[in-house]
Ligand binder design. Structure first.
Ligand code: PEP
Ligand code: MG
Length: 753
């Protein structure tokens, strides 16, 4: 039998359910009726509703077709069986042969052994699973996509019934008694460093949609149209306002604008209204669909785009329900909790009130993480099910360093963390006082302290941190937050603004370091099996000379009449450096031929990130104007140890005899050749490591702005002569690490606290 695919869609069914709701009766009576309606309408022998109880269990609440005695008896843990699977992953499942599925869990009391096919969808509300509604058939029935959609629409109404009418105490959505959950410590992934204490704010307000079923479809279509128009105006306003802000912000907003005009997305919302939903219910349904799709997509770029679409849906809901954009409820120590978040949404918040961000999803390279790093906001991602465990107003501690979030911590924990945060603030104030003082060692050596940057907005920190310049400008970062490759004019504009903002301070531009884990959505680069040692950076640029030449052209134009410092990433041999440099020479010639001005001074350097290049260092020094040691990559290649793998994070130490010897030899050779050398990897940003670097002979360091104060403080207390001698002794030891010895050395001499 091929059952009807719901030609009238769920409209008729929705109508019946609405009438039922209007007729009154207890929650249980209504559920009993609803399963009958659904089974009849969908031509299924079974329809069952399972609801979440006590946070972790699903209980059979109503059924048509399974044994009636099983109601309120059959229970499944979250994730157990097919129903548990649907609930845990918040995604629909349709199986012609359910019993052969590896997750099938047989419950004899239900009598379900005679049913072969199963289709179930989660009952969702505000990103939380309240339960599951499922139909079953005796035959091996192939459920269609439209049938799944119909059931999802019905699930929305059920969500309403469960949360609104009070089906049973402790069930589903009502009474989020998170206080009763007590303190909790949850683990995630560090997306931006820092520590914070504050109060939870749910990014996506739990909107209550009062009416799900439309009275008048045309009126709902009109409401949608109006809300879309007001949203456009609001986005345009934001774009116009962003005339005062940075280019990157505008790029992000323009991407939003593009989505807002996406007909596929709006089409789906319109379609959902035509099935009989109100405009807001239709938006919410498309939102839930997007989320379900998101959980099945592995491609991080696509996931990010779907997340952007979800943000837009939230905005549209706000417009439909006439809410403003929530600013008024913000406490002044807000820790934002969200499933995912788009960069524009983060920028929407008042930075002064933000303390930290916690996401259920997110990756270190996501746009929102890049923005959080630029704003110096601690951010943790991939904290599983955190939205179920937190409620607005809960006290929270975010320790991004340890990738942990503590919900409702005890008074003692709060006090201890509060003291640590306060100590940081006091230290930051003390460091700010160092801003005007030079970074000179006790024996009179001036160390150049620079900052790393990648976004225009980070340049605010240049003045504030007292950095000597920008030692590493990662040009790939602005490329990563765009939706298409910026042309020469756009790049020129960006680089010019950077130089303008930097004023007299030098900026070292590094050409695109893409490939590997830095994927550009619009660049069709093959995925590598070993990304870090794969087709990336200069390797890719030399194979695509147009891309590199355009970037160099933009840099030359931006720096016309000024100084330009440029360097190439991941150079493994002199030949690569020469080839890249030749392209730069071609571009200079091209500009001259066209009568355009070129930079008054040009310095061309290279990153030293691949150990092989070390063996050509004397020859390289004769050719390059400066060297910049990328210790993140250099050390990962030296130890053959993935820099991004948390299991290896503490395996090898930069403060080990091998690493120190290698770094020391680089400093020595550069000094012998009279070549400026800087370290711009993470080691430069940690005071103890930075102490070792200056002891080894490095006179230039570049680091994130927040590290500048502590490193400068260390520099002003260190004496290089004895330290250099001590390091030479340490290099001869067979130890795994000399970290402890160096720490004691630093503490005994008052170099570090
Ligand atoms: C490095 O490898 O140390 C470096 C500074 O480059 P990135 O971190 O951008 O790879
Ligand atoms: Mg690198």
């Amino acid at each position: 039998m091929q059952p009807h695919a719901g030609a009238a869609g769920p409209r008729r069914l929705l109508k019946r359910i609405r009438d039922l709701m209007a007729a009154g009766g207890s929650g249980q009576e209504r559920l009993d009726q609803i399963v009958k309606f659904i089974a009849a309408d969908m031509v299924a022998e079974v329809c069952s509703i399972y609801l979440v109880r006590g946070g972790n269990e699903l209980e059979l609440f109503a059924t048509q077709g399974l044994n009636a005695e099983a109601v309120h008896k059959t229970r499944l843990a979250m994730g157990e069986g097919l129903i548990g699977d649907i609930a845990a992953h918040a995604r629909p499942l349709a199986l012609a042969d359910a019993q052969s599925h590896p997750n099938f869990a047989y419950r004899p009391e239900t009598g379900e052994e005679i049913y072969h096919s199963l289709m179930g969808v989660p009952i969702l509300r505000g990103g939380r699973t309240l339960g599951v509604v499922a139909v079953q058939n005796r035959t091996f029935r192939e459920y269609t996509e439209e049938e799944t959609e119909t059931l999802q629409t019905i699930a929305m109404v059920l969500a309403e019934l469960v949360t609104g009418a009070g089906v049973a105490p402790g069930v589903g959505g009502q009474g989020r008694v998170t206080e009763a959950l007590g303190p909790m410590r949850l683990e995630g992934v560090r997306l931006a460093d820092g520590i914070a204490i504050g109060r939870a704010v749910l990014h996506q307000p739990r909107v209550t949609i009062r009416q799900i079923v439309a009275e008048n479809v045309d009126a709902e279509l009109r409401r949608l149209e109006e809300a879309v128009a007001t949203m456009h105006t609001a986005l345009d306003d934001m774009l116009a306002r962003s005339g005062f802000v940075d280019g990157e912000q505008r790029d992000i907003l323009e991407t939003y604008r593009m989505f807002a005009e996406d007909h596929g997305w709006l089409g789906r919302i319109n379609e959902a209204i035509r099935t009989g939903l109100t405009a807001e219910a239709a938006v919410q349904k498309v939102q839930e669909d997007t989320r379900a799709r998101m959980s099945q997509i592995a491609d991080p770029y696509l996931r990010e785009r779907l997340a952007d679409l979800e943000d837009l849906g939230n905005r549209l809901l706000q417009h439909l329900l006439g809410h403003g954009f929530r600013a008024e409820e913000m406490p002044d120590d807000a820790v934002i909790f969200a499933r995912s978040m788009g960069p524009a949404e983060l920028l929407d918040y008042d930075r002064d009130k933000l303390r930290a961000i916690v996401l259920e999803e997110g990756s270190p390279t996501s746009h929102v993480a890049i923005i959080a790093q630029a704003l110096n906001l601690p951010m943790i991602g991939r904290v599983r099910d955190v939205l179920v465990k937190v409620d607005s107003g809960d006290a929270v501690v975010v320790d991004a360093q340890a990738a942990q979030v503590m919900l409702r911590p005890s008074e003692e924990v709060r006090e201890a963390v509060g003291a640590a945060v306060q100590a940081r603030v006091t230290r930051a104030a003390a460091y700010a006082a160092l801003r005007e003082l030079p970074a000179v060692t006790r024996d009179g050596t001036r160390i150049s302290i620079n900052m790393n940057a990648g976004l225009l907005m980070e340049l605010d920190q240049l003045e504030a941190s007292g950095a000597d310049g920008i030692g590493l400008y990662r040009t790939e970062i602005p490329f990563m937050i765009r939706s298409e490759f910026p042309d020469v004019a756009a790049q020129t504009d960006l680089y010019r603004r950077i130089l303008d903002r930097a004023g007299s301070r030098p900026v070292v531009f590094r050409t695109l370091d893409i490939g590997g884990d830095k994927h550009l959505p619009y660049l069709d680069d093959p995925r590598d099996e070993n990304p870090a040692i794969g087709y990336r950076a200069i390797r890719l640029s030399l194979d695509r000379p147009v891309m590199l030449r355009e970037q160099l052209r933009a840099l030359l134009r931006a720096a016309a009449g000024r100084s330009l410092d440029v360097m190439f990433p991941m150079v493994a041999e002199i030949a690569e450096f020469e080839q890249a440099r030749a392209l730069l020479d071609l571009e200079i010639q091209r500009e001259r031929n066209r009568g355009r001005p070129v930079p008054g001074a040009l310095r061309v350097g290279t990153m030293l990130e691949v150990p092989a290049l070390y063996w050509q260092l004397p020859l390289l020094c004769a050719r390059a104007d400066f060297i910049s040691v990328g210790s993140n990559d250099l050390l990962q290649f030296l130890f053959a140890s993935d820099r991004g793998n948390p299991q290896l994070a503490d395996r090898y130490d930069a403060l080990s005899p091998a690493a120190l010897s290698f770094l020391g030899a680089i400093a020595e050779q550069c000094a012998a050749a009279g070549k400026p050398v800087m370290v711009c990897g993470d080691v430069a940003s940690r005071p103890l490591e930075a102490m070792a670097l200056v002891g080894l002979g490095f006179r230039g360091l570049s680091m994130p702005p927040a590290a500048i104060g502590p490193v400068k403080e260390m520099i002003r207390h260190v004496e290089l002569g004895p330290l250099a001698r001590y390091l030479r002794d340490l290099m001869r030891l067979p130890d795994h690490s000399v970290r402890e010895k160096l720490r004691i050395y630093a503490q005994e001499r008052g170099i570090l606290a």
